[in-house]
Ligand binder design. Structure first.
Ligand code: ATP
Length: 595
């Protein structure tokens, strides 16, 4: 496929803000893509080179990209700087400058595969001389690029390709392009994606056969499965009502979710909740797991929490979050902040997938599988049949330093449902004694300039929920409270790389912040209650036709949810459920003029 064709589709996608229109453009694009290019097109359109769990990054700095533009166009560095100042984007600048450059008629048109190969060698270049390799590769691509192609090459390598194409739209489009577009087709495609976490692979499989071909996609050690997620309940009685067969009540440890892949031979891989490979950050778990797991290969899941090695007490979550994303002094921090992985599920044991088996069977497998060590243990679990039993176990969990319990169904259908949120698992936290039970994980989509003590920086953030049905973000609060001084001081630097001139694509809000922020950061907030709002758009129309939901008196809990990507933030539907649960307890308030 010609790269020029692909960027022509991108121009069309960029020009639309309508979801359905975007979907039909994507369908056309997928149908027009030869099967060998399909995975590449799937990755590139999301601004990635490989599925996210492989963690492949291009690593092209702005200065390096500018150097390449200078070399390829013959413009001076000053001209490039002036042009970027005017256009706000090095991609647009490259297009303008390439337009002026005399183009070699003999230059062969770029193929998608060649551009992808170029990006791959840029990503692979490391160590001495790597900067030169990156610049040279970019210059080679730009020398052959049309202005439109040059624009996208630059945006891609800089990570500023903002087409707004996300997984949900791609799953929809795949269902229409390669199946009958029905709900059933969509859910089978999504199931294959939940198992493999690789949309490129799913697309290629689908294109090579029919929907049935997807059944060839199974569990694979080293390839993470999208995690099963829990619903909420407001009290223990509700949990028991939903689980009439009884419930397996587990401690809800407050740490980082880890999916561990233990091969028969070779290195253990650890994946975070958002499927990043975090093996390097927890070398002691990587070392201990092969000893702790009897039958390999295996895939197990657990929560990694900081622990006091002297007393065995669980330490606050913040400590383990300091270990995430850490690249240096790993040995030192391993002693400073020791962790323990409490395993609560198994997806594969001794090479056999056990995902489809009910929870009690999986628990049995897990108990047989695990030989507990200092670092790797089993999550506490007890099966209860009444509220009293659940309450006793809840109290024990709190006393042991946990944030609550996870109640899990033990019914015949209680299989592991990858990527799905449902009442098979219900979380119930101590915080539910607050006015508004749970915390909300909001996506930062805008920032407001600070006043008074916060002048010169940002004073508040605009937060949104994610709406997977519509594949869009919907605002629910402006939060300025709860931040400590250091966080406020660090906001401009933290948000800088995601500042955008225009409202991000697929964002609904009636508020206009001083600065729009591309959805990326997820912040945990707590508030007094949810109200109907004419300004905020979370769950708009779900409760009342023209009203969305707003969080009153929001405060940051200080926790950045780096383990969640923006599409894993609290969903609009979850907010609607929380609103309804709250209304059940107290009469609804009228719509408040929330800001
Ligand atoms: P969610 O995962 O539902 O989006 P979240 O990431 O904000 O929400 P919580 O609301 O705290 O997390 O609840 C679910 C999480 O609890 C799981 O993803 C997992 O990380 C953690 N957890 C702790 N103990 C357990 C357990 N025994 N079983 C399952 N999950 C557990």
């Amino acid at each position: 496929m010609r790269f020029a064709d692909l960027v022509a589709w991108y121009d069309r996608i960029e020009a639309t803000s309508k979801r359905l229109e975007m979907r039909s453009i994507l369908v056309e694009l997928l149908r027009a893509t030869p099967s060998k290019d399909l995975p590449i097109v799937l990755y590139l359109s999301q601004g990635m080179l490989r599925p996210e769990y492989e963690g492949v990054e291009l690593g092209v700095a702005d200065s390096l990209a500018r150097k390449a533009v200078v070399q390829a166009t013959g413009a001076s560095a000053a001209e490039v700087t002036a042009s970027v100042r005017a256009s706000g984007d090095l991609g647009t600048t490259a297009a303008t400058l390439l337009e002026k450059r005399p183009r070699l008629d003999t230059a062969a048109p770029l193929e998608v595969e060649e551009v992808y190969a170029g990006f791959t060698s840029i990503a692979r270049a490391s160590g001495e001389g790597s900067q030169e390799v990156k610049v040279r590769t970019l210059v080679d691509l730009l020398n052959r690029a049309t202005p439109a192609e040059g624009k996208y090459v630059l945006r891609f390598v800089l990570g500023t390709l903002r087409l707004g194409v996300r997984e949900m739209s791609l799953l929809d489009a795949l269902g229409v392009a390669f199946a009958d577009g029905s709900k059933e087709a969509r859910s089978r495609i999504e199931a294959a994606y939940n198992l493999s976490s690789d949309l490129g692979h799913v697309a290629a499989t689908l294109a090579s056969g029919s929907l049935d071909a997807l059944s060839s996609i199974g569990l694979e050690v080293g390839r993470p499965v999208r995690p099963m997620l829990a619903e909420r309940a407001t009290n223990l009685a509700e949990i028991l009502e939903r689980m009439p067969e009884g419930a397996a009540i587990e401690y809800k440890y407050d740490g980082l979710r880890v999916q561990a892949h233990i091969p028969s031979e070779g290195a253990v891989k650890l994946f975070s909740r958002r499927l990043e490979n975090i093996s390097a950050q927890f070398p002691e778990l990587v070392a201990d797991l092969p000893r702790a797991i009897r039958h390999k290969p295996a895939i197990v899941e657990g929560e990694c929490v900081p622990i006091d090695p002297e007393t065995d007490e669980i330490r606050p979550f913040q400590e383990v979050s300091r270990r995430r994303g850490r690249k240096y002094d790993l040995d030192k921090i391993q002693d400073e902040i020791p962790v323990c992985l409490f395993l609560f599920d198994t997806l594969m044991a001794g090479g056999t997938s056990v995902m489809d088996r009910p929870l009690p069977d999986r628990r049995k497998e897990l108990v047989t599988l695990v030989r507990p060590t200092d670092r790797v243990r089993l999550a506490q679990q007890k099966v209860v049949h009444d509220v009293e039993g659940a309450q006793t176990w809840f109290d024990a969990a709190i006393a042991d330093g946990c944030e609550g319990i996870m109640a899990k169904s033990i019914a015949a259908g209680s299989s592991y449902r990858a990527g799905a949120r449902g009442f098979w698992w219900i979380k119930y936290k101590r915080d539910y004694t607050h006015t508004l039970g749970d915390t909300i994980d909001g996506v930062v989509v805008g920032a407001f300039y600070g006043r008074g003590r916060r002048a010169g920086g940002y004073g508040a953030l605009l937060l949104a929920t994610y709406n997977p049905e519509e594949d869009r973000y919907e605002s629910f609060c402006k939060v300025g409270g709860g931040f400590d001084d250091a966080t406020v001081a660090g906001l401009p630097a933290k948000l800088k790389s995601k500042e955008v001139a225009e409202r991000p694509k697929g964002l609904l809000t009636e508020l206009e912040p001083d600065q729009w922020i591309e959805p990326h950061f997820v912040l945990e907030v707590r508030g007094a209650e949810l109200t109907l709002s004419p300004i905020h758009r979370a769950g708009v129309g779900k409760i009342r036709p023209d009203a969305g939901l707003a969080l009153r008196f929001p405060r940051s809990t200080g926790k950045w949810r780096d383990d969640k990507g923006p599409t894993e933030a609290t969903t609009s539907d979850e907010l609607v459920t929380m609103y309804r649960a709250q209304v059940k307890q107290a009469p609804a308030r009228p719509a408040a003029p929330e800001s």
